[in-house]
Design a protein around this ligand. Structure first.
Ligand code: MLT
Length: 205
């Protein structure tokens, strides 16, 4: 395995029996953005929070896009493998269980790409405002991997039907999908945090 590196924050949790949280920010965010959200979702879990390496007009992202909602697919694939290698290395370095990804917007889309391309790296995912990251998912098996998708009814950027296509693709490949439509737009709401917290405590048991 190659050594991959990302600017990131790692915060060890107080209960190492819980799955760590892999926090993946949206466009224009950074490694600090979702830490308070992660701490609300599971205060005892370790946190790994990388910063996306692509800059769009100075705003960090996890992969290149050609226009809003039009992705540079070869870049999606290359960046997904690079991020998955980093997460796998960090998991070993810190002696962690496999993480659950919590991604928002662009971060949700790269988390979905990790489920498509490197499902072995994640224990599950919460995808907040997501769409299919690639046109044709490759063959992969998600073996009942728990995935929650949270869509906003009035989200103009990542509309519900796009998220439904993603949910169907993941379900066809064996994921245990819980897709909810919230009374929200593109922004993350308190309701998203509460839903994610319930879902993740269900996974940790
Ligand atoms: C993306 O580029 O991943 C989505 O359009 C969401 C965004 O970051 O605006």
């Amino acid at each position: 395995m190659t050594q991959s590196s990302f600017i990131h924050r790692y915060l060890p949790g107080t209960d190492l029996t819980r799955h760590p949280l892999l926090l993946l920010h949206g466009t224009g965010g950074n490694e600090d953005d979702l830490i308070p959200i992660g701490e609300m979702i599971d205060p005892a879990a370790s946190i790994l929070s990388p910063r996306g390496k692509v800059l769009e007009s100075g705003m960090p992202r996890f992969f290149r896009r050609l226009a809003e909602g039009v992705f540079d697919y070869p870049d999606v694939i290359a960046r997904t493998h690079e991020l998955a290698d980093f997460v796998a290395e960090q998991t070993t370095t810190h002696g962690m269980k496999k993480p659950i990804a919590i991604g928002y917007s662009n971060g949700a889309n790269i988390a979905a790409a990790m489920l498509y391309l490197r499902p072995e790296v994640l224990a599950g995912a919460v995808l907040i405002r997501a769409m299919p990251p690639l046109p044709t998912p490759p063959e992969y098996a998600l073996n009942d991997r728990p995935v929650m998708i949270l869509s906003g009814r009035t989200d103009p950027i990542l509309p519900f039907d796009q998220a439904r296509n993603l949910a169907e693709a993941l379900r066809e490949h064996g994921a245990a999908i819980d897709h909810r439509m919230l009374e929200a737009g593109h922004n993350m709401t308190r309701n998203d945090i509460d839903m994610a917290r319930g879902f993740i405590s269900g996974i940790n048991g």
